[in-house]
Write a protein that binds this ligand. Structure first.
Ligand SMILES: Nc1nc2c(c(=O)[nH]1)N[C@H]1C(S)=C(S)[C@@H](COP(=O)(O)OP(=O)(O)OC[C@H]3O[C@@H](n4cnc5c(N)ncnc54)[C@H](O)[C@@H]3O)O[C@H]1N2
Ligand code: MOO
Length: 401
């Protein structure tokens, strides 16, 4: 079977993906979510002409000849209104956020006054409208201030609150169930037998899924037995997974059963085996409405495939279709010519202090089982299939991790 190009596989995977599942969440849970509908203000903000300062509501014309003595006819704190109308020669004591009394057209800050009993003397002039926030200054009723599809930041959540929404309609988080497979695996914290290792990939993959907005379910570890794997697939379906991610058992060995079990359960295979390194045995398919992504078991392979395939899939389900931005760096060493598989070389980044450019140092060992090296990497150097040999200082394409 020929290997499929990464780009073609990604196009197949993302073709027709969307998510129309919408839920309402309280404001306290809205930050970081994707807004599912336009949101219009249900009121003006401020809802009235409001004082921006602590001082006196005045008529600006009364302050032409200074000092000007005005009679203080009342007081209006925030949350209260002044009943009645102010006339020439009068002032109302006012505080920040309070509605401006009828008849007043400016706020004189208290620092520019002298108070004496029921009278206040203005020491400075004030222009018409000074320190008054007109009704609707911030936003007006009916105005769409939050548009569908945005990634809600804390600022936008605060805006939603000030528009008087207690809940916000957001796209549901894609549900990603993650299954590790293999007789050799035990969960972290247990005592493995001499021939066993610790299952680690599922935690890294879950973290990557959550990073881009998914909800995850750790299905644990299935032994290399068909019925054990089948039971876990059923568990994913019962949970309502949008995506089932399997880890391991994707290759061609006698104990690589995952694809067989999925096929027996009714999966339509989308693609299998990609021209990439690491990640060659990657598989994708559909089991009913559930997307299935079969990641290779080697720890670095599963993590790189999650970057290149799982994260874009989740993001597409959240309507976020732009691709991960790639950058360029200078190579710190010569590289030989590449074969048919697109290479993702683990590398450390260093900043050239003279030019400000990134310099990428590929690790000398690139074994896809070496998680400690991968954890230390800053980027992946992407080398297309059949890339010619490259020299130190040549430009290279990197994906910053
Ligand atoms: N004859 C061939 N053999 C292999 C090929 C091939 O094309 N022909 N491909 C190789 C490549 S490339 C990869 S990658 C691996 C992937 O194989 P599987 O997806 O079947 O993975 P496993 O065999 O189950 O495991 C590989 C390796 O990773 C460890 N592993 C698995 N799951 C976990 C986990 N959850 N946490 C930590 N480590 C895990 C497992 O113990 C193995 O050491 O196949 C090559 N073989
Ligand atoms: O290409 Mo496989 O994904 O090691 O290491």
């Amino acid at each position: 079977m020929a290997l499929m190009k990464v780009e073609d596989a990604l196009n197949h995977l993302l073709d027709g993906i969307s998510n129309t599942k919408v839920q309402s969440v309280p404001l306290s849970e809205a930050s970081g979510r994707i807004l599912a509908q336009d949101m219009a203000a249900t009121r003006n903000q401020p809802p009235f002409d409001a004082s921006a300062m602590d001082g006196y509501a005045v008529k600006a014309d009364n302050l032409k000849d200074l000092p000007a003595k005005l009679k203080v006819i009342g007081e209006v704190p925030a949350g209260h209104s002044f009943a009645g109308e102010m006339k020439d020669g009068e002032a109302v004591r006012i505080f920040t956020g309070a509605p401006v009394p009828a008849g007043a057209d400016a706020i004189l800050i208290q620092e520019n006054t002298e108070r004496d009993g029921d009278f206040v003397t203005a020491l400075e002039p004030v222009s018409n409208g000074k320190f008054i926030r007109p009704a609707g200054l911030d936003f007006k009723e009916g105005e769409v201030t939050l548009t569908k599809g945005i990634h809600l930041t804390p600022r936008q959540v605060a805006l939603g609150a000030s528009m008087n929404y207690a809940e916000i309609p957001v796209l549901s988080r894609p549900k990603v169930a993650i299954l590790a497979t293999g007789d050799e695996l035990v969960p972290p914290g247990e005592t493995p037998a001499a021939d066993q290792i610790i299952s680690s990939n599922n935690f890294g993959v879950a973290g990557q899924a959550e990073q881009v907005g998914a909800e995850t379910l750790n299905l644990g570890i299935a032994k290399d037995q068909k019925d054990a794997i089948a039971a876990k697939i059923k568990e994913a379906q019962d949970w309502g997974a949008d995506i089932l991610v399997t880890i391991g058992g994707a290759s061609v060995g006698d104990h690589d059963l995952v694809q067989d079990v999925l096929t027996e359960a009714g999966m339509d295979l989308n693609f299998w085996r990609i021209a990439m390194r690491p990640g060659k045995p990657l598989m994708a398919g559909n089991l009913g409405s559930m997307q299935v992504l079969g990641l290779p078991g080697n720890p670095v392979s599963s993590m790189v495939c999650a970057h290149i395939f799982l994260q874009p899939l989740i993001r597409a389900m959240l309507g976020q279709n732009e691709t991960q931005p790639l950058q360029t760096a200078k190579l710190a060493m010569d590289l030989g010519e590449n074969d048919q598989r697109q290479d993702y070389l683990r590398a450390r980044l260093e900043k050239d202090t003279a030019t400000g450019q990134w310099i990428a140092h590929p690790f000398s060992k690139q074994d896809s089982a070496m998680m400690a090296r991968f954890a230390d990497a800053d980027c992946l150097i992407i080398r297309p299939p059949f890339a010619p040999a490259a020299n130190k200082d040549d430009s290279c394409t990197i994906l910053v991790l």
